[in-house]
Structures are given as structure tokens and as C-alpha cells.
Design a protein around this ligand. Structure first.
Ligand code: NAG
Ligand code: NAG
Length: 985
């Protein structure tokens, strides 16, 4: 929850004397002046990123590559030895002479290619092998064979070892290293694959960037606490991409002719096929996209590539999740409600006021959150007794829970280490961990001391066999004092404000102020507003800009102009984990891996260095938190966790929020592509800080954003300390806009919940790119300004200020697809591929229902508990052929293993709608009404299971072609789905 990019660069990071920081730490300590960690503690070396370095050696021209020999075939593939084909180049490490190649056809739709050093021993195993306990490897299924595979692998030694992966069905070459050399060193691996002209790749996170990746981009992947800069490495590591290829099929001979999306025409017929590629590697990565090729570079580990044959995106995602990283965790029904948070909610009564305001303005609120403000001295698992006392908290939480609402606190990754000279500075959480010795160490075995919010800290060592139990125990103890309903797991990259260990000697200074100003402290007053604020609020904008200018003048520094870069020369046989010879374009100052994170030499109990597993810290913390919450709730309730740093597979435990975004229109814009990418990574429970985190928001941005996020699975408003308040009730127009969008969200909660269940049980996605639902339309390949929620709802948000229209496409309309406007319920008149101008005044978000869908709905209310007590409705949107279908999943909404579930299927055809249910969950609420869109002719009568529905409850509009059938309560009094039924009109 902090962004530091700008802060770190300035010299006003002088130790604060006494007063400045006091207001933020008032209750934490005595009246002693607080020591501020010097800014210099977090300044690393000035390295030059390899991609920017004019002196960088091109490994492709310097290195000899390998030759394969000793090829052994087996029913499931083959293996071979690879020997260095010439003099070692040792460009960014030490060349490995001898490698082992294994090609395994793991299933008809899955292929694994692994290249590892032939000789690995206990002393260096972690340099190359990623523990299978930490990140499982996909396994071959028992009936896998070469002949059953969708793939075919071929290889050659000319001019050096290279291989190709071909899709058998089309002969399409999916991966091809021909004409490039394999470089394999202890701190650097490079391999290159050819790609088609104008390729369509998605994924490779985590980045804030366009949905379809730019074909000339440098995608660094390395967990980093650094706000959300565009195109840079941020919190998570997901080395997975989806590759979609479009073709025209020759009508005469059936040949697939590649088609560039830029040259396609939405009214023509095309086909596509997609495949996925996962590199199982936890080291720092750099993926360079270039015209017609992709270059993989790693700072270590091995090559462990898995290919998924699709051939649709939905197939690829399902194959990746079910075989490799795991299906996403099922969420509680309530988590689909609205969440309100901010950094700067100062006490329980302030939270109570916020909740009361939501009630007063009748805006739905389900979860109220607290940031680090509630903690005693920013220490995990301890509340500030003055502002967030346990007794007052108990009262507040009882009332909150009675009202059907919930509470989530933040939990940080680091743990305070007490000041040894201050006998009253007791921290039992630390003591218990120290007794079990579960904290990260320096290479010499001493405790690794970092610095985060509380001052000097230690970090759980997730490789320690007792670490999960320790974490669990702490959460269990604390849960008895605070009845929280989930955990927001933060700072898990893992963030630390010293370069290297801060030094045990400094512990006597604890608690310490971070080495930068907190937002709102003198010198860091937030004057920033969204783009176009000067148009909507000229006077305030002028005064903010004057304030910003005078703050900038007061804090201006002279920066030295000459920068001397550090370049590391590899020493044969010696690894340099602090400054590896290849410098990834890491987003922290100087590209130094040690800046603003636990250093690469921090050492786990099994001897593994952070360098080899850096980006898995947050992933393991999420696992620990998941196990802990299972325990806290006696395995009765699904853990609800939102985490910042994620790795491939984190979705099985947690959701993710987009991190420290900005109160800017561009930040809202990119929240869509970030959300869609996380669907591919198996983390469907995604949401961005609505109205923006960093900087002040404003009415227009917050209005649009509250409406947009209403269609994201995780829906939370959150902002930074000291910025203006931005709860949806702060502006009249935002109240109305939020309620409008939330009425839709809360009405379709059953549909939303069904999508979560399908994601959890089958590996499908919740938010969907247009290209995924309409795989045969190349013109949709890069659409990122509109999206689908499941298969049936399309959202076309306004993403720019001062607009009252928005442009959108209606996919499939040339091929029989029908779209109904949510609000008017009439079919949209649109042409294929035409960017249609849609009226969208402030407060209106265009939403469409896809013909062919049946959406189960209940009545909107202020909490999800209330919605679940209302009668049902079905919105049946007929397709052009008069049919529709849909489904519904129900259970108690919270059990880990629900003992009763219900699956309902809806099918409409030939003027009838059928409901058939299976399962034992008893849904008591009746069906109130059915709305059918696209009914061309007025029915003479409507019956439910043969019984006539009273004509007075039936409405038909021949202009809009909407049939409304009400008055069904009595006919379904035993529960809407208790009996199978057919409605005929
Ligand atoms: C990516 O790296 C190349 C050097 O390999 C550089 O020329 C280019 O400017 C970088 N692209 C971006 C978008 O930073
Ligand atoms: C199929 O027809 C196309 C022209 O439409 C031609 O370019 C291609 O070579 C033909 N392929 C075969 C296998 O005959």
C-alpha cells in the first residue's frame, strides 16, 4: 500500500527530527523523538540494465550453443544429452558444459520440455531446480503417448541444437529455436523462439500494460513493491503466455492461411487456434518481444516449459489450471458484495461512521477494511489499544456482523523485532517466532533484519517446516481478539526498506520511521488530481497546482549529473547474487535487486537464497494465510484472502487487487487489461482500487470507476493516506451512479456466483476478453476497452474524462449474434466491426445481455444476505434462432465443503423455458417473474407446467419485443427450483 518511486529519489529524505512523523505514530510509543531510517539505507548500486547498455554482449553471437547426442526414445517422448558445442562464452555467468534434455508428451493436450544441467548436487540444486513442493510440476497422465499428442517435437544439431514444436492438426510451428543458440549459464539462460508476423500474445505478468502485448516490449518479471508504473515489473510473477493465431480457411482445398488481425474484416469468416506456454522458473526473468520472435532470459533456474494445445483460450486456461497451477479458490458469496477501505481510517468509530453513511445513502456495503492504521506501531496481530481497542472492536464487529456485513484488516509480511534496550517493548509474536527460529537469515546464519512500517523487522522463512504453523498460531490467537472475516496480505514481494540486512546494531532505535515521508507529512502533501480536474474544478485545480509548485520548490534538490554505472564481470565458478552480471530492467532505483526488498542473499533454513526463489515469498505467504484461515474458522468457512505478490498458482488460495494504482483515467483504463490477464493466470478474484489509490480522486473519475468496477469480481474502493475522501457517498452524482451499477451487480449476483463456481470447478474465466468469447473474429484480438462478464454480459465503459458517448463493437452481429441493451431490453442495431457510438452521459454505464442467455437474478439489496432472501427472476435473452440457455449454482455461500449444493439448468426454445435442477440445497424463495427478450409475437396465453398464468400478470411490448411474466410466486411457492418446470408462451 505504498508507492515509493518518486519518494526515494529525493534528498528531503533527511532523518526527520522529531515532530514531523509524530502525528502518524502517536499512540505507538512514548513521547521520545522517533528515529528515521536514513534514506541512504535503501540506495543500491547504479547498474545499467542490459537492454540499455551499449556495451552489453549479445549472447547470441558470443556463445557456441550445444550439440545433442545419446537420444533415447520412450513411449512418452525422448531424452538426449546436450554438450557445449565450443569454447564457453561465459557472458553473464559460467557456461554449463553438459545438459540433459527431456521431452515428455504428458497428455494429448500437454507437452513438457525440460533442459537441466546433467550434474546437480545438494550444494547447487536450488540454482537450477525449483522445488516441486514449492511449485508443483505437471505430471504425465498414464495414457499419454507420442501418437496421442496434439504436438510433435522435432530437433536438429544444425548449426547447433535447436527444436520445434508443431501442432499436428495444422502443421503450424508453435515454438521454434532454429537459427538461434541456446545459452545456459549458472546465472543466465537465453533461448529464442520464432513467432508469426503480427503475433497475438497475452499474459506474461505482472505488468500494467496493454492486453495484447506490444510486439516490441521488454517484459521484466520480478516481484517488486513499486506502485503500478506502466510496462515495468511489479508485484507478481506469471511466466505464462497465450498465443492466438487466426486463419482464413481456403474454400477449395481447406488450407489454413494465416491472417493478420490488422487486415481482417469482422464480416468475413475466419478460424483461430490458441496455445499456451508456461516457463516454470522463479528467478528474475526478462522476456523481450520483438518482431517475429520472443527472447526468454532468466537469471538462473532451469528450462521447464509446458505447452498447452488449446485450441481455444478457454481450453488453454483450463489445461493450464487443471494440470499445472491449480484451480482458483472458491470464494464466499458475501465477497461479491461491495468493499470499502482507505489508508487513514483512524479508529473504530470512524469505521462505524462510514458504515452508517452507506446505510444513510442506501448504498450497498458488505465489507469494511482497515489499512495499517489499526495496528499498534504497525505490528502485525496487535491492535492499537487507544484507537482500535479489542473491547470496542468486539462491539463494533458484533453490530457489523448482525447487519450482514464483514471486516477485513491488512496483515503485513514482515514482523517487528523489539528494541532490546527497552524492557517494555514486548512483542510476543516475535518471541514465539524466535523460539521456533522461523525467520530468514543472513548467509552467515545471523538474523536477517529488514525495515518496513514498524521499523526494523524480521521475515517468516516459508521454507522452515514450522513457519506455517507459526503463522497459523499467530492468526488464531489474534482472531480471538478481533473477529475478522478475511486477510489482506500486503508487502509480500517481500518489501524491505534497507539494501541488505539493516544491521542488528540498529535494533536499539526501534520503532523507527521509514526512510521516506508518509503521504500527508510536510513535504509530501498530496496535490495531485485526475486528468481534466482543471476543467471540472478550475479553482481548486489552480490552488492545488500552486501548492504542488511551492512544495516542489521547497524540496528541490540539485541532482548530480554524472552517473557512474556498475558493470559486473562474471567470475568463473562464482555466483554473484547481489549484482548478477546480467542486469534485468528491474524497476527499483539502479535496477539493483537489493533495493526495496529483502536482498538476494537472504537465506532460508534449507540454504536456498532469496535470489533463487525471490518471487515466491508472497505466494508462500498466501498459502500460509490460507492454511491459517482454515484453522481460524475450523475448516468451516472458505478463506477470503486478497494478496499483493502472486506467483503462478496463487489463485488456489487467494484473489489479487491491482496494487497501488493512481487516481487517474489511465489507471482505470489499464485495470481492465490487468483484470483480464489475471483471468489467464487463474486468479479470477481480481479488482483494482476503485477511484484510484495514489493521488486525490474527483467526482467524474470516481463516478465512472464505481460503475466500471461493479463488473469486476472483487469490488473495492480504496485510497491513500491524506488524500481527499472518496467513498461513493462523497459526491451526489457518485451516489446515484454507484447505486445504478450496484443494482445490476446485486441483481446478477447468482450469475456472478455461478461463474466463480465454474472457475473453481472447471478452470473457466469470470471476466473475459471479447477475443476469447469470439475466437473467430481477428478484429477483436486487441480489444481492451470493453469486456464480458462470463459469456452473457458485455460492458462498454467510458474510460476518458469529459465524454458523454463511448464507442464499442458488438461482436458476432454479422453472424447472427444479438445484443440487448440492459436498460431498454431491446436488441441493439449494430453493424459488424463498426465502432458504434453509444450515448453514455455521466452516471450511465452501457451494459448488454447476449442473446442466447438465461440469467438467474434476485432483487438488489444493501447486503448479499438480504439479496438471498428475495424472490427470483429470470432474464431470458433469446438468440436469433429463438433459443437460450443458462445455469445456476447455489450452496450456503461459505462452507469449504458444502454438504448441500444445487445445479439448475435453463434452456429456452420454441416459445418455452425449462428449468431442471439437481442437488440437495433447498432454495426456499419462489420465482417471481420471467422476462423474455426478443419475443416477436404476442403470446395468446402463458402457462407454467400447464397451469395458466393470470393474464393480468403478463405484459408484452411489441415495439421492444419484451414479454414479462409476473405472478409466478404462488405457482413456485415451494421454492423457485424445487420442482422442474416449463414455462410456455
Ligand atoms: C527495449 O529494449 C531495447 C533494447 O534491446 C530498447 O532499444 C528499447 O527502447 C526498449 N523498449 C522499451 C519500450 O523500453
Ligand atoms: C490451397 O489454395 C491456396 C489458394 O487459395 C493456395 O495458396 C495453396 O497453395 C493451396 N494449398 C494446397 C495444399 O493445395
Amino acid at each position: 500500500m505504498v508507492k515509493l518511486t518518486d519518494l526515494l529519489a529525493s534528498t528531503w529524505l533527511i532523518p526527520l527530527a522529531s515532530g514531523a512523523s509524530q502525528s502518524f505514530l502517536t499512540s505507538t510509543t512514548t513521547s521520545q523523538p522517533q528515529f528515521t531510517i536514513p534514506a541512504s539505507a535503501d540506495v543500491g548500486a547504479q547498474l545499467i540494465a542490459n537492454i540499455d547498455d551499449p556495451q552489453a554482449v549479445n549472447a547470441q553471437s558470443a556463445c557456441p550453443g550445444y550439440k545433442a547426442s545419446n537420444v533415447q526414445h520412450s513411449p512418452r517422448g525422448f531424452s538426449a544429452s546436450l554438450q557445449l558445442a565450443g569454447k564457453p562464452c561465459n557472458v553473464y555467468g559460467t557456461d554449463i558444459d553438459s545438459l540433459a534434455l527431456s521431452v515428455e508428451y504428458q497428455d494429448s493436450n500437454r507437452l513438457n520440455i525440460q533442459i537441466l544441467p546433467t550434474y546437480v548436487d545438494a550444494s547447487n540444486a536450488s540454482w537450477y531446480l525449483l522445488s516441486e513442493t514449492l511449485v508443483p510440476r505437471p505430471k504425465a497422465s498414464s495414457n499419454a503417448s507420442v501418437s496421442q499428442s496434439d504436438f510433435l517435437v522435432s530437433w536438429s544439431n544444425e548449426p547447433s541444437f535447436n527444436f520445434k514444436v508443431v501442432r499436428k492438426a495444422t502443421g503450424d510451428v508453435l515454438f521454434d529455436t532454429e537459427g538461434t543458440v541456446l545459452v545456459y549459464e549458472d546465472q543466465f539462460i537465453e533461448f529464442v523462439t520464432a513467432l508469426p508476423d503480427e503475433y497475438n500474445l497475452y499474459g506474461l505478468g505482472e505488468h500494467i500494460t496493454q492486453l495484447r502485448l506490444h510486439r516490441n516490449s521488454n517484459l521484466t518479471i520480478y516481484a517488486s513493491d513499486d506502485g503500478t508504473p506502466l510496462d515495468s515489473n511489479i508485484y507478481g510473477q506469471h511466466p505464462f503466455y497465450l498465443d492466438t493465431r487466426y486463419y482464413k480457411v481456403d474454400a477449395q482445398n481447406g488450407t489454413h492461411i494465416p491472417v493478420k488481425s490488422s487486415e481482417a474484416d469482422a464480416s468475413q469468416e475466419y478460424v483461430s487456434s490458441s496455445h499456451g506456454v508456461f516457463l516454470r522458473n522463479a528467478h528474475g526473468l526478462e522476456i523481450l518481444l520483438r518482431p517475429q520472435k520472443l527472447i526468454w532470459r532468466t537469471l538462473g533456474g532451469g528450462i521447464d516449459l509446458t505447452f498447452y494445445s488449446g485450441p481455444t483460450q478457454a481450453d488453454v486456461t483450463r489445461q493450464y489450471l487443471t494440470s499445472t497451477v491449480g484451480l482458483p479458490a472458491m470464494q464466499q458469496y458475501s465477497t461479491l458484495g461491495f468493499h470499502q477501505c482507505r489508508w487513514g481510517y483512524n479508529n473504530w468509530s470512524e469505521l462505524a461512521d462510514v458504515v452508517a453513511n452507506f446505510e444513510k445513502f442506501e448504498i450497498p456495503l458488505e465489507y469494511i477494511w482497515t489499512d495499517i492504521d489499526y495496528m499498534l506501531g504497525y505490528r502485525n496481530f496487535e491492535n492499537d489499544p487507544n484507537r482500535f481497542s479489542y473491547s470496542e472492536g468486539e462491539e463494533f464487529l458484533n453490530d457489523l456482523h448482525d447487519s450482514g456485513r464483514y471486516y477485513v484488516p491488512i496483515v503485513d509480511s514482515a514482523l517487528y523485532i523489539p528494541n532490546p534496550e527497552n524492557a517494555s517493548d514486548a512483542y510476543p509474536t516475535y518471541d514465539r517466532g524466535a523460539a521456533d527460529d522461523v525467520f530468514l537469515k543472513n548467509p552467515d546464519g545471523s538474523l536477517y533484519i529488514g525495515a518496513v512500517w514498524p521499523g526494523y523487522t524480521v521475515f517468516p522463512d516459508w521454507h522452515h517446516p514450522k513457519a506455517v504453523d507459526y503463522w497459523t498460531n499467530e492468526l488464531v490467537i489474534w482472531s480471538k481478539k478481533v473477529a475478522f472475516d478475511g486477510v489482506w496480505y500486503d508487502m509480500s514481494e517481500v518489501s524491505s526498506f534497507c539494501v541488505g540486512s539493516c544491521g542488528s546494531g540498529n535494533l536499539t532505535l526501534n520503532p523507527a520511521h521509514p526512510p521516506f515521508l508518509l503521504p500527508g507529512e510536510p513535504g509530501d502533501i498530496i496535490y495531485d488530481y485526475p486528468e481534466a480536474f482543471n476543467i471540472t474544478n478550475a479553482t481548486e485545480a489552480a490552488s492545488a497546482s500552486a501548492g504542488a509548485a511551492s512544495q516542489a520548490a521547497a524540496t528541490a534538490t540539485t541532482t548530480s549529473t554524472s552517473v557512474s554505472y556498475l558493470r559486473t564481470t562474471p567470475t568463473p565458478g562464482v555466483r554473484n547474487v547481489e549484482h548478477p552480471p546480467y542486469v534485468i530492467n528491474h524497476d527499483q532505483e539502479g535496477h539493483d535487486l537489493s533495493v526495496h526488498a529483502v536482498s538476494p542473499n537472504a537465506t532460508h533454513v534449507d540454504g536456498v537464497e532469496d535470489y533463487d526463489v525471490h518471487s515466491t515469498f508472497g505466494h508462500q505467504g498466501l498459502n500460509a494465510t490460507y492454511q491459517a484461515l482454515l484453522e481460524v474458522w475450523s475448516h468451516q468457512r472458505r478463506p477470503f484472502i486478497i494478496g499483493r505478490s502472486t506467483f503462478a498458482g496463487s489463485g488456489k488460495w487467494a484473489g489479487h487487487w491491482g496494487g497501488d494504482n493512481y487516481s487517474k483515467w489511465w489507471s482505470m483504463y489499464y485495470s481492465i487489461s490487468q483484470a483480464l490477464s489475471f483471468q489467464l493466470f487463474g486468479i479470477p478474484m481480481f479488482g483494482a482500487d476503485t477511484c484510484g489509490f495514489t493521488g486525490n480522486s474527483d467526482e467524474e473519475l470516481c463516478n465512472r470507476w464505481m460503475q466500471l468496477s461493479a463488473f469486476f469480481p472483487f469490488y473495492r474502493n480504496h485510497n491513500e493516506l491524506s488524500t481527499i475522501p472518496q467513498e461513493p457517498y462523497r459526491w451526489a452524482s457518485v451516489i446515484e451512479a454507484s447505486k445504478t451499477a450496484m443494482r445490476i451487480r446485486y441483481a446478477i449476483l447468482p450469475y456472478f456466483y455461478t461463474l466463480l463456481d465454474l472457475a473453481h470447478t472447471t478452470g473457466s474465466t469470470v471476466m473475459r476478453a471479447l477475443a476469447w468469447e469470439f475466437p473467430n473474429d481477428p478484429t477483436l484480438a486487441s480489444v481492451e476497452t470493453q469486456f464480458l462478464l462470463g459469456p452473457s454480459i458485455m460492458v462498454i465503459p467510458v474510460l476518458e474524462p469529459q465524454a458523454d458517448t463511448v464507442k464499442g463493437v458488438f461482436p458476432g452481429v454479422g453472424h447472427g449474434e444479438v445484443w440487448y441493451d440492459w436498460y431498454t431490453q431491446t436488441a441493439v442495431d449494430a453493424k459488424p466491426g463498426v465502432n458504434t457510438t453509444i450515448p453514455a452521459p455521466l452516471g450511465h454505464i452501457p451494459v448488454y445481455v447476449r442473446g442466447g442467455s438465461v440469467l438467474p437474478m434476485q432483487e438488489p439489496a444493501l447486503t448479499t444476505r438480504e439479496t438471498r432472501q428475495t424472490p427470483w427472476a429470470l432474464l431470458t435473452a433469446l438468440g436469433s434462432n429463438g433459443t437460450a440457455s443458462g445455469q445456476l449454482y447455489l450452496d450456503d455461500g461459505e462452507s469449504v465443503y458444502p454438504n448441500a449444493t444445487l445445479h439448475v439448468n435453463f434452456t429456452a426454445s420454441q416459445s418455452s423455458l425449462r428449468s431442471s435442477a439437481r442437488g440437495t440445497w433447498h432454495e426456499r424463495n419462489p420465482l417471481a417473474n420471467v422476462t423474455v427478450l426478443g419475443v416477436s409475437k404476442e403470446p395468446s396465453a402463458v402457462t407454467l407446467n400447464g397451469q395458466r398464468v393470470s393474464p393480468g400478470s403478463i405484459g408484452y411490448n411489441s415495439t421492444s419485443q419484451v414479454l414479462f411474466v409476473g405472478g409466478l410466486q404462488n405457482l413456485t411457492a415451494g421454492g423457485a427450483w424445487a420442482k422442474n418446470w416449463v414455462l410456455e408462451w
